[in-house]
Design a protein. Structure first.
Length: 113
């Protein structure tokens, strides 16, 4: 039997894998979608450790509720998160997504159709 934390992390990873290229979501939006609205910090912990679990998880697409690239220091290169998002067409200035609403992907709206 999996520990609750591992199961939650796995659930987070499954949601993050569904974020389309060129879109981003927030830690809180993922937590809310998973029925754990006050667990955005746990989503952050999951994202911080995902690189050791599965390198294909697009962790660069998860930002804070204001569109800030708060997780960038958990990448091998602090500029990698921004670089990957820019390649996908996301506009960024000073570690913040410009027109955040335009790029925001809400799993509650997108996955509960």
């Amino acid at each position: 039997m999996k520990k609750a934390k591992e199961s939650f992390f796995d659930d987070v990873y499954e949601v993050v894998k569904l974020i389309p290229k060129g879109r981003v979501t927030s830690y809180g939006a993922i937590a809310k979608y998973l029925g754990a609205a006050k667990s955005s910090r746990m989503v952050g912990y999951a994202m911080n450790s995902c690189h050791q679990v599965d390198a294909t998880i697009p962790a660069h697409r998860v930002v804070n509720r204001n569109g800030l690239l708060t997780g960038k220091h958990h990448f091998s290169d602090p500029n990698l998160m921004e670089d990957l998002l820019k390649i996908e067409g996301v506009e960024i200035k000073q570690d913040k997504i410009i027109n955040f609403e335009k790029f925001f992907w809400d799993p509650i709206n997108e996955l509960n159709m």
